[in-house]
Design a binder for this molecule. Structure first.
Ligand code: T1G
Ligand code: NAD
Length: 698
């Protein structure tokens, strides 16, 4: 055996224990250890049955994803599973935690499955752009039929052990000592002379071939337009499970897996998986002593203050919500109440939970009522004077050691911190709207911010079920800086001949749920207008400037909330139609600048928008605002609707080829040198044959 798989015989039962923390991923070492142990148990005359179990918090949570994209060392997983299944003695598996992907497939290779009642089972491979590659596409349908099998493989969602038992995927639920129950079960099987029960020979799931095929046909239609290949290959393999001999189905699964594994979609999804986890690893965690956060204050009960309050209440924190007057407070509390009413109406929570969470909320118009809280999150108007006023009050009333966080979208947090006596306690916690839903939390570190305050933010993010990303101070931090570059690239095309609808259609075709002008109309044109006005005094007149957005705002066309923005909206509708008056304003701007409009293909629109994002990302890396390229990707994936199967702007540039993207940037330099000139980082990486992903520090 080896370090990761041990073998011992107890009462005639060979106990194979997997131990490869933290999630017992099925690395080469685990696979070869399992294979050797299975061979040994089969040959060992003292062994009458076998128990496979895992040490630690979970049964294997899948193949070792870090091995993907590299030549796979043998034995591969389907070989290991087949060897376990072919044992001449009954094999029992005991599952705790999350048996996901290859872990679930190992369990399916066993003849009998025991599970802790709180265990979960899933096949999340599609979320990594691949499909089950350890025989799952052939064994699961044999037990449960096409419908439940495809539910598991196409959704990627895990199911409870109880549900798995109901489906016939699990034989026994265990409430007690799983290892002991597993051993007893294996021993009983031997005493009863029970025989192996290979899943590959099971056919319960094929009981109704017509229904099976009908399910295949229906699902095939559903995944026809999927943006990655894996869902279509999953349906093909599950169809083959009933139509082809087992070994032929396994071969088909293997071929499909190999095709998908190195696809751009799968590489991007793998990148996103690790990028999300890597983002939580920041220098400030080293040796950090966390500040205690048991109570939270929120100042400002508008769009963000109410969402942030709900996120904190959902995590069980008592919240004191401060507004400047009773009317504002009542509006805010009613808004929070309405969020919970909707959640009850949609069955997401029950009435008791609503009441418990609302019970944790205290509203006030007195800032001094925040005297005892551990953390305050300020979400008042995006105006320097208003925020400085609030921070001056907080500096007076907050207890020593309390954290003063601001939710500002753009403002200089160093300047804000410098206005009070405790700059070391000031930090940016930048939530995204709606704050109780959006997963992203930018933790903005100012020059004087105490590292323990930063570390506390990352710990808090986990409690709030947010994905935290560290950002330095600059106008708009990581996300809104990239967004501003994206929009500027789009505005240049608007002025040069494209239309809002054409640009939005191209970016939807790329994979975004909505295009940049639809987003502006949803969020409100006034926020970015306020930023442009704030920056006007320092803007270089030599820099290209597009005033189309300003002209719409001057008319009060702030977007959906005003019934028109870049699009026209019928009363109460959220679907915009092209607005001839907007097109007229654009045409006037072109004429005024002597611009002859030209057409832009969808490919060029996408290349310009993605190039602009990646170039701004490169600048953020050079400035040290972002720690690593994958952090920038996480921000765009979790805060701006960037398609996950594209990996984020930095990964997308790697996949497209840095030289290709840099040459495109260079080809547009004349149009706006200050904007399109590639950041020096491009050259540095290209000349050393490196990629952005090489800077992620793994
Ligand atoms: N491979 C490698 N590393 C993994 C891993 C995996 N499958 N799963 C987790 N890790 C690392 C992770 O990067 C982190 O590392 C640490 O473990 C803790 O994870 C042939 C092809 C199990 C629900 O998709 O969903 O099997 O940051 O922070 O929040 O058919 O991890 O500490 O250095 O996420 O408690 C299918 C992936 C693979 C499951 C635990 N399996 N994992 O969540 O901890 S494909 C998956 C998860 C496959 C076969 C196919 C979650 C978790 P680090 P964590 P967590
Ligand atoms: P909003 O106008 O909806 O709400 C601001 C609230 O602050 C109002 O209810 C106002 O009454 C209250 N307020 C103002 N001065 C106050 C004071 N002295 N004391 C107590 N309350 C006071 O604004 P919003 O959209 O929620 O934005 C709030 C902050 O969050 C801004 O800094 C904004 O840039 C930032 N932000 C907004 C979004 C977004 O999408 N709206 C996203 C991220 C960050």
């Amino acid at each position: 055996m080896n370090d990761h798989v041990t073998y011992e015989v107890q009462d005639g039962v060979a106990v194979l224990t997997i131990s490869h923390p933290p999630v017992n991923a099925l690395s080469f070492s685990v696979r070869s250890g399992l294979f050797e142990a299975a061979e040994r148990a089969d040959a060992d005359p003292t062994v009458r049955s076998v128990l496979i179990r895992a040490a630690g918090r979970t049964f294997p949570a899948g193949a070792d994803v870090r091995e993907f994209g590299k030549p796979r060392a043998k034995p591969i997983l389907s070989t290991v599973v087949a060897r376990i299944e072919a044992l001449s003695k009954p094999v029992v598996v005991a599952v705790q935690g999350t048996a996901l992907g290859g872990g679930f497939e190992v369990a399916l290779g066993a003849h009998y499955r025991l599970a802790a009642r709180n265990a979960r089972f899933g096949l999340p491979e599609v979320g990594l752009g691949v499909l089950p590659g350890g025989g799952g596409t052939q064994r699961v349908p044999r037990l449960v039929g096409a419908g439940p099998a495809l539910d598991l493989m196409l959704s990627g969602k895990s199911i409870s052990a109880e549900k798995a038992k109901d489906l016939g995927l699990v034989d026994v639920l265990v409430d007690g000592d799983l290892a002991a129950e597993g051993l007893a079960f294996a021993r009983d099987l031997a005493e009863k002379g029970a025989q192996p029960r290979p899943t590959c020979d099971r056919r319960e799931g094929f009981a109704d071939p017509a229904a099976y095929q009908a399910e295949i046909t229906a699902r095939r239609a559903k995944v026809a337009k999927a943006r990655i290949e894996a869902p279509r290959r999953i349906v093909d393999c599950v169809e083959a499970a009933m139509l082809l001999p087992f070994e032929a189905g396994i071969a088909m699964e293997r071929a499909a897996f190999d095709d998908c594994e190195n696809s751009d979609g799968a590489r991007a999804l793998r990148h996103a998986f690790f990028a999300e986890r890597r983002a939580a690893k920041v220098p400030e965690l080293k040796g950090a002593s966390l500040r205690e956060v048991k109570t939270i204050g929120v100042v400002g009960a508008g769009t963000m203050g109410t969402g942030i309050s709900v996120a904190c209440l959902d995590a069980g924190f008592p919240v004191t919500l401060v507004e400047r007057d009773e009317a504002g407070l009542i509006r805010g509390v009613e808004r929070i109440d309405a969020i919970y009413e909707r959640a009850v109406a949609r069955g997401r929570i029950d009435a008791a939970t609503r009441d418990a969470r609302m019970g944790l909320l205290t509203g006030t118009t007195r800032m001094e009522d925040l005297g005892a809280v551990d953390l305050v999150i300020e979400a008042v108007f995006e105006e320097v004077s208003v925020k400085e006023g609030v921070f001056a009050q907080l500096d007076q009333v907050m207890k020593p050691g309390a954290i003063l966080a601001t939710n500002t979208s753009y403002l200089d947090i160093n300047a804000l911190a410098a206005t009070i006596s405790r700059p070391q306690d000031v930090v940016g916690y930048h939530f995204f709207s709606p704050a109780n839903i959006m997963k992203l939390l930018e933790i903005v570190v100012a020059d004087k911010t105490d590292p323990n305050v930063v570390a506390t933010g990352f710990a808090l993010a986990r409690k709030l079920r947010k994905v935290p990303v560290r950002a330095g101070v600059t106008d708009g931090f990581i996300g809104n800086r990239i967004l501003a570059a994206y929009r500027l690239a789009a505005d240049f095309m608007l002025e040069d001949g494209a239309t809002p609808a054409r640009i939005d259609a191209a970016m939807r075709a790329y994979g975004f749920p909505v295009g940049p002008y639809q987003v502006l109309d949803i969020a409100g044109l006034d926020i970015s207008w306020a930023r442009r006005k704030r920056l006007a005094a320092t803007r270089d007149p030599a820099h290209r400037y597009v005033a189309i957005g300003d002209h719409l705002c001057e008319r009060g066309w702030f977007g959906q909330k005003a019934g028109r923005g870049y699009y026209l909206y019928e009363e109460g509708s959220r679907v915009g139609t092209e607005d001839p008056e907007v097109l007229e304003i654009i045409a006037e701007e072109r004429a005024a600048k002597g611009i002859t409009p030209r057409d832009f293909s969808a490919e060029e629109i996408q290349a310009r928008c993605l190039g602009a994002m990646a170039n701004e990302g490169a600048r953020l890396l050079e400035e040290g605002v972002a720690l690593r390229p994958s952090d920038i990707d996480v921000v765009l994936l979790f805060g701006y609707g960037f398609p996950r199967w594209r990996g984020g702007p930095m990964m997308a540039a790697d996949l497209r080829g840095l030289l290709t993207v840099e040459n495109e940037l260079k080809s547009w330099v004349e149009e706006a040198p200050e904007f399109w000139t590639p950041a020096p980082l491009w050259d540095e990486l290209i000349k050393n044959g490196r990629h952005f992903s090489d800077l992620n520090g793994d």
